[in-house]
Write a protein that binds this ligand. Structure first.
Ligand SMILES: Nc1ncnc2c1ncn2[C@@H]1O[C@H](COP(=O)(O)OP(=O)(O)O)[C@@H](O)[C@H]1O
Ligand SMILES: [Mg+2]
Length: 249
């Protein structure tokens, strides 16, 4: 299978600090690829470089065979590389469904252009409902103001907003951050329910979630990728144990 995303020798410097040190990575279609590493390892920086919210100093990024290394964040979303943002992206006074409708509408573009207005609205509504269902947002919540929902539910909506762009690859930077154990479990189950249908790069601290969700794991330490492999390979890797897992357990 051809990889969806190919990162080759990517470099990012902050002054003398090399936050991303010649990182290479290939993401296969349909895989959940977790990115782990100690604090300050460069995980968020890599996500910023992939989403285009930071410019790299060297190397290249190809999405579906296209060079997006110098594309803007917006162009990357159009090309299929989407990032799930923090819940500040949600319109808190609007209902869940209204939020999703707006997102669907924003990305519908030409695919809805030929519908008559009424059918147009109905098909947008169906798309928004399908998104809510896909992200396990209970129907009883669809009419509620998004801002009144618990943190975990808002995270699901944030996730759904990112999915509205119909991305080839979804980038997630610590989606479980700030969540309690129950909410973490529910979000983990939601992500798991999408396995095989979505390609994701997931940065996450919660190792239980990582080892449950990831098809493959890459380990960053001081900006360098020290290992990539299946969860079993990563668990057994002596370098990883020494640099990271050993310290965490
Ligand atoms: N905008 C920035 N300016 C300067 N240094 C930064 C900036 N962003 C991150 N860094 C530094 O780059 C390194 C990697 O940070 P980060 O990518 O946030 O790590 P992680 O997400 O793995 O915890 C850290 O040493 C951090 O202090
Ligand atoms: Mg980070």
């Amino acid at each position: 299978m051809k990889p969806v995303l190919v990162v080759d020798q990517l470099v990012k410097r902050f002054g003398a600090l090399v936050a991303t040190d010649h990182v290479s990575l290939e993401i296969q279609p349909g895989e959940i690829h977790a990115l782990i590493g100690p604090n300050g390892a460069g995980k968020s920086t890599l996500i910023h470089l992939l989403s285009g919210t930071m410019q790299n100093d060297g190397g290249s990024i190809h999405l579906n065979g296209h060079d997006v290394t110098h594309a803007s964040a917006h162009q990357r979303v159009e090309a299929g590389l989407s990032r799930s943002y923090q819940i500040t992206n949600i319109f808190k006074n609007m209902s869940v469904l209204e939020n999703l409708l707006l997102a669907v509408q924003a990305h519908a573009g030409s695919s809805f252009r030929f519908w008559a207005p009424r059918q147009h609205d109905v098909s947008l509504l169906h798309a928004a409902q399908a998104l809510a269902e896909q992200c396990s947002v209970d129907e009883s919540l669809w009419g509620q103001s998004a801002g009144t929902l618990p943190h975990g539910e808002q995270r699901k909506i944030e996730f759904a907003l990112a999915l509205a762009a119909n991305p080839s690859v979804l980038l997630l930077d610590e989606p479980m951050a700030g969540m309690g154990p129950d909410e973490t479990l529910r979000l983990t189950e939601m992500i798991e329910s999408m396995r095989g249908r979505m390609t994701m790069v997931l940065v996450e601290h919660d190792m239980e979630a990582v080892f449950r969700l990831a098809d493959r794991i890459s380990v960053l330490v001081y900006g360098r990728m020290i290992a990539t492999g299946t969860p079993e390979q990563i668990r057994a890797n002596p370098d990883v144990r020494q640099a990271y897992l050993g310290e965490a357990t």
